[in-house]
Design a protein around this ligand. Sequence first.
Ligand code: DX5
Ligand code: ZN
Length: 219
Amino acid sequence: MFEISTSLLSAKKGKEAEIILGLEKSGTDYFHIDVMDGKFVEKDTYKRMQEISAYIKRISNLPIDVHLMVDDVISSIEDFISVEPNIITFHLEACKNEDEIFQAIELIKQNNSRVGIAIKPDTKIEEIYKYLPYIHVALVMTVEPGKGGQTLITDMVSKIEKLSTYIKENDLDTVIEVDGGINLATCEDVKQAGAELLVSGTAILMAKDYKQIIDELKK
Ligand code: DX5
Ligand code: ZN
């Protein structure tokens, strides 16, 4: 069963309620919250994503999928706990050492969210293996983190395959999430490779009919 997490990164100011309620009606499984601190990546969406996630909390019961593209992982987790996200994902590359990674994992679990670790396109898939038994979601970035509307990096498909094989061979139940450039042209490849949770922003928000594209992406 495939699930869709719609990124609200490019949700137009003033249209948030219409977009959130429209997506809820159209069957998105999660709202994907792209938190950028202007340091780990160039853009700074921190305040806006805090506002949007607090707003979702008020008007929708759908789960929130927080993607932290930040240098200061621990304090960002603390900032987003308040919206009770279903998933909080942080970047492996933002952590200075293994202690910080396990500290982040613990902090997220203590606050009853599922834990995700994200890796950038240039990070070797093997680097995440040792954390898989302790986390719920492995987020494979299929674009360079930092902005929406980019084209999927096709080399990432074999990276997803490799991860999926490793998860199966080691009897793990980590969910593979993919993020960046996911649309009707690219979703089949990543699903066949083993992705189960698909993030999509531009392809869905640009569509006239959210439900039609969400149904197509999930097929
Ligand atoms: C990029 C974000 C992605 C992005 C997805 O740094 O992590 O979630 O917003 O948007 P599209 O689907 O437009 O690539
Ligand atoms: Zn994202």
